[in-house]
Design a binder for this molecule. Structure first.
Ligand SMILES: [Zn+2]
Ligand SMILES: [Zn+2]
Ligand SMILES: [Zn+2]
Ligand SMILES: [Zn+2]
Ligand SMILES: [Zn+2]
Ligand SMILES: [Zn+2]
Ligand SMILES: [Zn+2]
Ligand SMILES: [Zn+2]
Length: 422
């Protein structure tokens, strides 16, 4: 029994989504297989979120852990069995009975997530105000968008040291402090409300705690009682355009209740994606998603995608890397001191480059070495050598000469072209 339990734990921990087909690469990927330290598929190099995996419950655990020890504990529930906090995501199904000729045609729509507000029509209006392709309706493009943003914006390895690869005890400590700090200073979940009602509420209660904590620009804004303004008197903090009367706005407590956003404008200031489930990080008067807040605080490793908590790391190709993670993206060999080639912004060692990525010389049909002089014309490549870059008719060397190219064939003159082509 004990052994069986252990095995189950291992499979759960390491093989989430194992074997799932890649939605991007289709047949080219044999199925998801997690790389042992990168956060991607070993077969196709895409992320788990690009594979056809039901990540719902893993996500709910992730968000549950993110919101643990914050003021948003009403959004999580601890499981009685193992005490693991789990996100109580507000899934909503609306059923609409439409009388048809014979039967009653029942149409129902399920939202993967909707704002957890008491007034459901407000929540639905919020969703309507999002672009159609981002509305989280089950089984649509919008649900896929939400899933992808959930993976991208809130990396599990930004909040949980156990999801990182071989951290030293000191790195674990640093990371725990970092997580504690953002939970205290930056993390929040947006509110959806009608501006008129929000202001009336604030007027009754007087300045909120958040008003005191926020920056000087908003100081005092909550203090004075004011007559409620019409919708048009409120403008969005991002686009500066007015709110339409009767439309809900998104509020962020960390920003202060004097600021509000159109639902579609509640986005990360770096990636400009809709903040997934309105989970935001507030810093320097700006909204960030979890990933980009992390990037603003710490260097991120281009190899494993983790934030770097060690003082020792390297910079190359405009990115940061754990010393042990500046490796070939294909075979994982360490590249320090070796020749490498950047392929799609990822370093690849010379042998792997020659095997899988190098252009073929149209003359000798061999791969063109990364350091070789080459001639590129359209989609064709040649070694810039007399043996390769020569007239297809008379074999005259064309390096540094005028030439004509026809479907990958080279000619020194009209005469040679005529002789060959006729
Ligand atoms: Zn794959
Ligand atoms: Zn793929
Ligand atoms: Zn706006
Ligand atoms: Zn972002
Ligand atoms: Zn790394
Ligand atoms: Zn390699
Ligand atoms: Zn050649
Ligand atoms: Zn010729």
């Amino acid at each position: 029994m004990e052994v069986e339990k252990e095995i189950k734990k291992l499979t759960l921990g390491h093989e989430v989504g194992s074997g799932a087909p890649c939605l991007k690469c289709k047949d080219k990927c044999e199925g998801f297989e997690l790389h042992f330290w990168r956060k991607v598929c070993r077969n196709c190099k895409c992320g788990l979120e690009d594979h056809d995996v039901q990540t719902g419950s893993a996500e709910d655990k992730k968000v549950g852990k993110l919101l643990e020890d914050t003021k948003y504990t009403t959004l999580i529930a601890k499981l009685k069995t193992d005490g693991v906090p789990q996100y109580r995501r507000n899934m909503v199904t609306l059923t609409n009975a439409v009388p048809a000729k014979k039967d009653v045609d029942i149409k129902s729509v399920t939202y993967e997530w909707a704002p957890p507000v008491a007034n459901q029509s407000l929540a639905m209006r919020y969703i309507e105000m999002l672009p159609k392709e981002k509305q989280p309706v089950v089984g649509t493009e919008g649900a896929a968008y939400r899933k992808k943003q959930m993976a991208k914006q809130l990396p599990e390895h930004d909040q949980d040291p156990s999801k990182c690869h071989e951290l030293s005890p000191n790195e674990v400590k640093q990371m725990q402090q970092y997580v504690k700090k953002y939970k205290e200073e930056a993390l929040g979940v947006g509110d959806v409300a009608l501006p008129e009602e929000m202001e009336a509420q604030a007027g009754e209660k007087g300045p909120r705690e958040a008003g005191d904590r926020s920056t000087t620009t908003s100081a005092g804004a909550m203090g004075a009682k004011r007559a409620p303004r019409k919708g048009a008197a409120y403008s969005c903090h991002r686009c500066q355009l007015d709110m339409r009367e009767g439309d809900p706005a998104v509020y962020a407590e960390r920003a202060g209740y004097d600021k509000l956003w159109h639902p579609a404008c509640f986005v990360c200031s770096t990636c400009t994606e809709l903040l997934v489930d309105m989970i935001y990080f507030w810093k320097n008067n700006q909204l960030y998603c979890g990933r980009h807040y992390g990037d603003s605080e710490k260097p991120r490793c281009g190899g494993c995608d983790e934030l770097i908590f060690s003082n020792e790391y390297t910079q190359a190709e405009g990115q940061n890397w754990h010393l042990k993670h500046f490796c070939c993206f294909d075979c994982d060999c360490v590249l320090a001191g070796e020749t490498y080639v950047m392929v799609n912004e990822k370093p690849v060692c010379r042998p792997c480059y020659m095997k899988s990525h190098a252009a073929r010389c149209n003359g000798c049909q061999n791969a063109v070495e990364p350091e070789a002089q080459r001639v590129t014309y359209g989609s064709f490549n040649w070694h810039a050598e007399p043996e390769c870059f020569q007239c297809s008719c008379c074999s005259k060397c064309l390096v540094g000469q005028r030439f004509m190219a026809v479907e990958g064939m080279l000619f020194c003159s009209v005469e040679c072209k005529k002789k060959t082509m006729s």
